[in-house]
Design a protein around this ligand. Sequence first.
Ligand code: SF4
Ligand code: SF4
Length: 478
Amino acid sequence: MRFPLALTVKIARHIVKHKLKGTPRFAMVLQLEPLHTCNLTCTGCGRIREYSTSLKDMVPLEQCLAAAAECDAPMVSICGGEPLIYPKIEELVAGLRAQGRIIYICTNGVFMRKKMREYMAAHWSPALEPKLNRLVAEGLVSEKEAEQIRKADETARRKVTIPPSKWHYWNVHVDGLEFTHDLIVEREGVFKECVAAIRMAKILGYQCATNTTVYRETDTQEIETMFQFLSALDVDGHTISPGYDYDAAKKDMVKRLGKDPKDFYLTREMTREKFADIEKWASAFTIFGTPAYQEFLAGKRELTCTAWAIPTYNVRGWKAPCYLMTDGHYPTYAEMLGKVNWEKYGVVDGVARDPRCENCMVHCGYDPSGALSTKPRDTWLNFKFNFGPRPAPVAFSPELEKQAFNGFTIGKGHLAEAKAAVNRELGGAKSAFARGGNGLAEEAHEHAGGGCGSGDSTQRDELLAKLRDGKKIEVKAE
Ligand code: SF4
Ligand code: SF4
């Protein structure tokens, strides 16, 4: 099976319960953002800009748990910001598990190994020794860290930690192979750290998924190689979604720069081109996402936006209408459901009800549409997809590893050259790498909102437009 049976049954029960009750709108996945603080400043990140005035604010633990209980979504995706910075992340995971929810911890991967060492220290027993020895042998835990785990004191032993569980996934943000990913997150070594964290997680028995956003400049061959590499690491599944920009940002680009938005943004048509092979990918790799959503991305059918099924809760409340766009925040999910005019949003029969929705095909708007479909064909396809065999993992090979690590990771590598190239081309404009960029992104986001890693900004597009050139920069051997 692609997805563990217990989890599939839980989600199916939830849908059937609401269909039988005739509930018109209900939550499938809660996007819970306990904070927007992050240790990275990815190019074009929507969250650290839209919520730049409340980066220090956090949703109290009890309020996070109450939000999950109120919307009653069977799945909770803990995102942010970087959720592993949230001081009560372990208690939050434990509390959501006590509520019986499936949990995705969406992380940039940088603090994962620390959290897993804490788990090992809290649960240390000689039975863990073979795993610890393997982690040391593979360079995933240092000798010093191993000793600290073995000699954990009472405080470390009493700490609430995140143990391996079939009910939760680490969901690691990976937007490409080393060169591309490190450029996007603007820090060398992050891809390498993500890979180390995934390998450690798999040795310890955690479930591990990845999430990837595809942009106009994303090389689909690279995405395929990335899936092969992640499959060879035994990653349990992948979410993949198109990034796109909004009407407000496009108008801003025309007005300020006199540039054609089509040169930068992923339009509906371009998304369909990029995702032409999604069904092929889904048969070869463990892609999460319904067959109906895959057909939608490949341009084979239309779907109606069901953004209410993946609501977002954060420091300002329930964000409407969706994870990406902000027209308001509400104190309760029920109030948001009741007060938002959902008929105003989405694209129906090729016509955007709201111009900002025109090019949106993101999973948080359309994937639930496939899961909630009652058409017999969709029900059969969903059944076949979920209960069919899991694609066989790709065999690990040194050649694949070489392809994955296609940049530098020691602080004097590809970023320095790429930054220089980008700055040269931008002329008088501020660096695309500078925090805050050239100001366009912030202005656009004041109108349009944004998403963690969604790349919905001029700043990110300028960077991505340079990736092709960046790859031509001569990379010296380490
Ligand atoms: S179509 Fe996209 S942008 Fe528009 S409401 Fe739905 S999810 Fe949000
Ligand atoms: S995209 Fe995610 S990881 Fe990157 S800065 Fe934003 S919140 Fe942090």
